[in-house]
Ligand binder design. Structure first.
Ligand code: TPP
Ligand code: MG
Length: 318
């Protein structure tokens, strides 16, 4: 096993986990005036896919975008300042959690309207091909987005025009509280395959395994073979929006999810890193560094000013 690869993957999953645990700890203080849709449970999935992309590949996401932002290279300072609505945030406090982006790191946009980011990513894929940049686009979206017409239109055109677009379906089987079996009369993988593109499925929580799968898919896309589709299952640990658990709400049962918790992505990747040759001391130092960076980011955010009133209409296009 490759020590650098697995340590880097662990750095990514641990950063997401700790940043979101920090949000959970602070959120009820009501200083973070933004809805938050947490990535807890999908850290291995997002880290694995993003690690298969280059720094200049273009990525797009949804409201559930913290893991994408943090693994694609977005800074913790900019992140917390944005969540706290401060002028030092990545979008001067105007985006909040749901519209995070980090263009400098190739995270070009996220949208809170189900399915709406897909055609935007398609446009970016088209541009990469037209300009022969060698980069690809990757779009992250939930299982619910496949219920939107624009999803199928995007899929069709990407396959038809052989665009360099990696579809990443983050399949938690839920759209807010609705189970997939009560929403979809089709099987996503089977139906997507009829558009003539490769579909890779997994329910792994192991960032290393996901990385391998995503690297295979991304390589095909980069070779110009057209789009590829990753259908990746995970357990959403918390409620749809917010920082609490929702297992007592009556529509899902924590005991039924025991297998997922046994395969917690952070624990799995920590073990991978050790198995790959990292020492306990190195891992502990990495963890301490990440927690210190999060504390520093929160301290910076809470000490920063709110944006001035004239910021309100800047960079607003719709
Ligand atoms: C067009 C549209 N319809 C409804 C909503 C309300 N809504 C927000 S998130 C969501 C669930 C989406 O589920 P999924 O795509 O599976 O993503 P997840 O939250 O599970 O990651 C819905 C219905 C919306 N934002 N946009
Ligand atoms: Mg979902």
């Amino acid at each position: 096993m490759n020590t650098t690869l697995h340590t880097e993957l662990y750095r990514k999953v641990y950063t997401v986990r700790m940043a979101e645990e920090r949000i959970r700890a602070d959120y009820m203080g009501d200083e973070m005036k933004t809805p938050v849709h947490l990535s807890l449970g999908e850290e291995g999935l997002v880290a694995g896919v993003v690690h298969a992309l280059t720094a200049t590949d273009k990525v797009f996401g949804t409201w559930r975008n913290h893991a994408l932002y943090l693994t694609k290279g977005g800074s913790l300072d900019d992140f917390f300042c944005e969540l706290y609505g401060r002028e030092t945030g990545v979008a001067c406090g105007k985006a909040g959690s749901m519209h995070l982006s980090s263009p400098a790191h190739g995270f070009l946009a996220s949208s809170a309207v189900v399915g709406s980011i897909l055609p935007v990513a398609l446009g970016a894929a088209y541009a990469q091909k037209a300009q022969a940049t060698g980069d690809i686009a990757a779009v992250f979206f939930g299982d619910g987005a496949t219920e939107e017409g624009v999803f199928w239109e995007t899929l069709n055109y990407a396959a038809l025009a052989k665009l360099p677009l990696l579809f990443v379906c983050e399949d938690n089987g839920l759209a807010i509280h609705s189970h997939i079996q009560n929403r979809q009369s089709y099987d996503i993988a089977t139906t997507v395959k009829t558009f003539n593109l490769p579909v890779f499925t997994s329910d792994s929580t192991d960032a290393g395994e996901i990385h391998e799968l995503a690297a295979t898919a991304a390589a095909a896309v980069r070779r110009g073979e057209g789009p590829a589709f990753l259908l990746l299952k995970y357990l959403r640990y918390l409620e749809h929006v917010g920082v609490n658990e929702d297992f007592s709400a009556g529509y899902r049962c924590k005991e039924d999810c025991a297998d997922w918790f046994d395969r917690d992505p952070v624990r799995v990747q920590r073990a991978n890193a050790l198995k790959a040759g990292a020492t306990e001391a190195e891992i502990a130092a990495l963890e301490n560094g990440i927690r210190a960076a999060i504390e520093a980011a929160v301290a910076k955010a809470t000490a920063s000013a709110f944006p001035a009133l004239d910021e309100l209409r800047k960079d607003v296009y719709a």
